[in-house]
Ligand binder design. Structure first.
Ligand code: GDP
Ligand code: IMO
Ligand code: MG
Length: 431
């Protein structure tokens, strides 16, 4: 079986946890888009491990992990992550490969990003992760990017130096620092070069052998440049189709598209957010849910579950089942709300309008449900969940027109419930 795991909201839904949990069902794990703007958290040997570039199944030592050509790679961030994994005793030899076609993020891109007023955190700004992601994708589309394969070439140092010298945003403040930046980057490239390869034969052979793939989305549908809340988005395509393209995986070989949805909604950075809570309920979700960005440490904005957000993501991506995460965080609230649709000027909207001025003014219409008080974090079977919790899940299913196949009730892999009729249930029985 081949599956794509994608975010259906604004990121941080718990994709890393789900990818790690499902890893035993697969042989390959690939990322296809984004960069180290992502922060995917897993629990490895009881300790938290945050992965930014490297696929989340990496701790499963029998798995082959791939970074696809649709990603943008900062050699320094990559090297840092390799060092972290090595310190944690995770062997990478012969099982981690980076596409030579992926574009590089260099100090040029971070400098450009810092100079852009619209990308910062100021009023109306996108509030990016400041990792150089947008400028690197721009350069790639302009067909002038340095790519991962270039780091293996003898003239790479000269090309990198020229590129930094031709960056006014960099030279204006620190021209004298360029030689040191080049040396630092070149050092990181020594590590990157060890993993750089052409993915085509690897994927072709694996498909021929009928090996199974787990594709790992980064960011989320509503952060995607084509379908998200533009301009408050990242610069990559975050759909299942974008993920397949970015890895170089044939879309018709996917059997399952798992849409990961948090049981409430969060967002980091700027942009309208219809169900956002500014009261003590929102504060409580933020605190209990530990809603702090895994990449940047920024507090995540919190709000009620927004069904139009997830439903549209499910439709556009062809989601076959939802993985509903962080349900445990909602224990103890006397009542819970789910947004069923929006109203704007008397008109009903079942999706986010294209114009953010309109979206900022929609009125969310809510269904109010009773909460539950029982601790659900140690439950492992769907029908053991309290009735009000089951009712909450069923309402989400009705409003998003999706089946929930996987329910996560805690950050650890064992805190997962597989629904009897889910794609993974039978496979799980074999493990
Ligand atoms: P990702 O970017 O989609 O991989 O998600 P992040 O790792 O950025 O954020 C999800 C956070 O929630 C991490 O701290 C996870 O350890 C944690 N998490 C994931 N699933 C659950 C869950 O079901 N319950 C709780 N309490 N925490 C979870
Ligand atoms: P994961 O994979 C949450 C957000 C940023 C900002 C916008 C653009 O962990 O779910 P960028 O640096 O990409 O140009 O920033 O996108 N963003 C994320 N938010 N989770 C992520 O990744 C994100 N990656 C980017 O906060 O609003
Ligand atoms: Mg994250």
């Amino acid at each position: 079986m081949n599956a794509a795991i994608i975010g259906t909201q604004w990121g941080d839904e718990g994709k890393g946890k789900i990818v790690d949990k499902l890893a035993p069902f697969f042989e390959y794990n690939g990322r296809g888009e984004g960069a180290h703007n992502a922060g995917h958290t897993i629990i490895h040997k009881g300790e938290e491990l945050v992965l930014h570039l490297i696929p989340s199944a990496i701790t499963h030592l029998e798995m082959i992990c791939l970074l696809g050509s649709g990603m943008v790679i900062d050699a320094r961030a990559f090297t840092k992550e390799i060092e972290l994994l090595t310190t944690r005793g995770i062997s990478l030899h012969g099982r981690l490969f980076v596409s030579m076609r992926a574009a590089l993020i260099t100090p040029r891109h971070t400098a450009i990003e810092k100079s852009r007023k619209n990308l910062g955190a100021g009023t109306g700004g996108v509030g990016t992760t400041m990792r150089g992601v947008g400028p690197a994708y721009e350069e790639h589309r302009a067909r002038t990017a340095l790519r991962v394969g270039d780091v293996t070439k003898p003239d790479f140092k000269i090309k990198l130096t020229h590129s930094l010298l031709e960056t006014p945003e960099l030279t204006a403040t620190s021209r004298a620092e360029i030689p040191a930046l080049v040396e630092e980057y070149m050092k990181a490239c020594e590590t990157l070069a060890l993993y750089a390869t052409e993915l085509e034969p690897i994927i072709a052979n694996a498909l021929q052998d009928r090996s199974s793939f787990e594709l790992e989305g980064a960011q989320a549908h509503n952060l995607g440049v084509n379908h998200g809340t533009y301009p408050y988005v990242t610069s990559s395509s975050c759909t299942a189709a974008g993920l397949c393209e970015g890895l170089g995986f044939p879309i018709n070989r996917l059997d399952s598209i798992v849409g990961v949805a948090k049981a409430y909604t969060t967002r980091v950075g700027g942009g309208p957010f219809a169900t956002e809570l500014f009261d003590e309920v929102g504060q409580r979700i933020q605190t209990i849910g530990r809603e702090i960005g895994a990449s940047t440490g920024r507090a995540r904005r919190t709000g009620w579950f927004d069904a139009p957000v997830v439903r549209q993501a499910a439709i556009t991506n062809g989601v076959t089942e939802l993985a509903l995460t962080k349900l445990d965080i909602l224990t103890g609230f006397s009542e819970l709300k789910i947004c069923s649709h929006y109203l704007l000027g008397g008109r009903r909207y079942d999706h986010i309008p294209w114009d953010m001025n309109d979206y900022a003014n929609v009125e969310p219409v809510y269904v109010t449900l009773p909460g539950w008080t029982e601790d659900i974090s140690s439950l492992r079977r769907f029908n053991e969940l309290p009735e009000n919790c089951l009712n909450y899940i069923r309402t989400i299913e009705d409003l998003t027109c999706c089946q929930t196949g996987i329910i996560s009730v805690g950050p650890a892999p064992e805190q997962t419930i597989f629904r009897v009729n889910s794609d993974f249930f039978e496979a799980m029985d074999e493990h």
